[in-house]
Design a protein around this ligand. Structure first.
Ligand SMILES: [Zn+2]
Length: 347
């Protein structure tokens, strides 16, 4: 199924904590005197990867505990980003948006602001890259019962860093916020105040919806004014909401391997990607978590070629959709298109 790997050029939905390698974790556990359950990379990998037949999204989310323990100091966060960027570059990616939740990195008294600064420092690694053009950062708010003030802080920080990026003309930085975490336990509707604040401050946002929860959560995200939807797989359950998504041209960040693992979709034959493309949805393909889902962006395209016979035309459309859906400026999108186009001509 080679011939499809070269479409793996952009990843818009990529969680930092779910994408650490076992080798990185072993090195940084030693540096920080943290004891891991095992020192064997293969055994560690199985502990931080969700099983292919995960019970649901909640079991999947449990795989993040060990990685998070290791990302509580600024130098670890910076290095984790550098390491991820090097891997993305080696894989031939041109553009990526890495996301993380600053509020989950405060166990050793790092502030949210320090966590964001540490991650932004890691972006400097792009300057040494051969293939990557740019990498930007999305700050995740978290679904939870008692963290509204922390989510508000995340949105205000995003605003602060977005303003700084614009006024200082920085090529890379924070571009948006997100809402992540257990969707079925904490429905999207509860987070209206966070997105009112984001709208008030002019902070663009994407939002995990239609993954563990149904099409109504996508409706909710659209009503809040989401610029993109994380996953959105279950929007097909309601024809009116699907029509609204298509009318508004709101892109979906689909993550095939992850969506199968969390049982959002039962099997490849039922994966709605082609259906959405044919209906005119601005669908994109992403990894979600390279380690937890044991994937990378080329692997996603190869799996789609193998299991749903993705065509070259469809693959090209997905890449164009990803450029369009990115949080880059129009000028940057044109530049990215120009960089990528020669790679898409050969089958
Ligand atoms: Zn995600």
């Amino acid at each position: 199924m080679h011939g499809f790997s070269h479409y793996g050029l952009i990843d818009l939905h990529l969680h930092l904590d779910g994408s650490l390698t076992p080798e990185w974790m072993i090195t940084w556990a030693a540096k920080q005197q943290i004891t891991l359950p095992t020192q064997d990379p293969t055994a560690l990998k199985s502990l931080i990867s969700a099983p292919a037949d995960c019970a649901d999204l909640n079991q999947y989310l449990a795989s993040f505990e060990i990685p998070l323990q290791l990302l509580q100091r600024p130098e670890a966060l910076t290095n984790a980003v550098e390491d991820l960027i090097q891997r993305l570059d080696q894989q031939g990616l041109r553009y990526a948006e890495i996301r993380f939740a600053p509020q989950l990195h405060q166990r050793e008294n790092m502030s949210q602001q320090q966590a964001v600064e540490a991650v932004l420092q890691g972006l400097q690694a792009v300057k040494k890259c051969q293939s990557l053009y740019r990498v930007n950062v999305i700050l995740c708010c978290m679904r939870g019962a008692d963290n509204q003030s922390q989510n508000e802080e995340t949105v205000r920080l995003a605003h602060q860093f977005l303003t700084q990026k614009a006024t200082q003309n920085e090529p890379m930085g924070v571009v948006a916020v997100d809402l992540a975490g257990a969707e079925a336990l904490y429905p999207t509707a509860q987070f209206a105040p966070i997105f009112q604040l984001a709208n008030h401050l002019g902070v663009p946002f994407t939002l995990h919806a239609g993954e563990a929860d149904g099409a109504e959560s996508v409706q909710q995200a659209l009503d809040f004014g989401a610029k993109r939807i994380g996953h959105g797989i279950r929007v097909r359950e309601n024809a009116h909401i699907l029509a609204q998504l298509i009318r508004q041209k709101t892109p979906l960040e689909m993550c095939p391997c992850s969506n199968l693992q969390t049982k959002t979709v039962a099997c490849w034959e039922d994966y709605p990607l082609r259906h959405y493309l044919q209906q005119g949805v601005v669908a994109t393909v992403n990894t979600d978590n390279m380690t937890v889902s044991q994937t990378h962006i080329q692997h996603e395209f190869r799996q789609l070629a193998q299991h749903i016979q993705l065509s070259h035309e469809e693959a090209k459309q997905l890449v164009e959709n990803a450029i369009q859906a990115s949080f880059l400026t129009d000028e940057e999108k044109d530049h990215l298109r120009h960089l990528i186009r020669p790679q898409l001509t050969q089958p």
